[in-house]
Ligand binder design. Structure first.
Ligand code: HEM
Length: 226
């Protein structure tokens, strides 16, 4: 199994999870087991998978800060690109399957429905991040790369807003199917907070590793003299 030895368990888990949604969709399509509204189901599933992958990409930095585990930092790009892939599939389903590429009708819907405007903005902002996620661009853009990628602080809340709004619920009276978007909002909000440099610094000094690991060299008991 040379192929598997080339990948770490985390890489395998990420690829399996990312493709699982598409595999499930294909399975249901082949076996004809979609719900009575397959287009809406496809839109919702690809949208949820996109926002989940986006949320997962935000966990990498806090996991590294808290556990000093460096591998998640190397997987941020993969998770982000998968989020973009599913967002693109989501938009294609909307424009093609749902609206039959009737551009004037699509433009009308986008302008009429605020939750679609939020979704479209999220998608448009994701494009430069996905395109510049490669090392060549990181080198080319230098300091501006970091600045550009701070857009994620806008993108993630916008995606949550699009999610919550699409449910036609009311955040204040907690009516409608608002619980799921609320949970996503809370989790994403926490991950974004944990990325703020001051909070990161504080977290790093409280990292569980410091509590669990052996005492520092200076505090270690000396070996017994022979
Ligand atoms: C041009 C861009 C976009 C359009 C036109 C669009 C359109 C839609 C539509 C029509 C729905 C289904 C509403 C329903 O009938 O229940 C939906 C739901 C959703 N979209 Fe988007 N979307 C866009 C971008 C995005 C992006 C970029 C993300 C995430 C990164 C996203 C995440 C979601 C989520 C999480 C849902 C709700 C799924 C659920 O009901 O469980 N969308 N979107």
């Amino acid at each position: 199994m040379k192929l598997f030895s080339r990948f770490t368990p985390l890489q395998i888990a990420i690829h399996l999870y990312a493709w699982s949604a598409l595999a499930w969709i294909i399975f249901q399509w082949v076996t004809g087991t979609f719900s009575i509204n397959p287009i809406q189901e496809l839109e919702q599933r690809t949208g949820r998978h996109a926002i989940t992958l986006l949320a997962l990409s935000l966990t990498c930095t806090p996991i590294n800060t808290i556990f000093k585990w460096t591998e998640p930092l190397k997987r941020r790009r993969t998770l982000g690109l998968y989020a973009f892939l599913y967002a693109t599939v989501h938009v294609i389903i909307f424009a093609d399957l749902d609206y039959g590429l009737a551009w004037s009708l699509i433009a009308e819907t986008v302008l009429q429905k605020p939750y679609i405007i939020a979704g479209a903005l999220t998608f448009l902002l994701l494009i430069p991040l996905a395109l510049t996620s490669f090392d060549v661009w990181k080198k080319r853009l230098g300091k501006n790369w970091k600045r550009l990628h701070k857009l994620v602080y806008l993108i993630a809340p916008l995606a949550v807003l699009h999610f919550a709004w699409s449910k036609k619920g009311d955040l204040f009276s907690l009516s409608g199917d608002i619980i799921r978007p609320l949970i996503y909002g809370l989790v994403i909000g926490i991950f974004l907070l944990l990325r703020i440099p001051a909070i990161r610094k504080a977290l790093a000094s409280f990292s569980p590793r410091r509590l669990i690991l052996l005492p520092r060299k200076s505090q270690q008991p000396k070996a017994d003299a022979p």
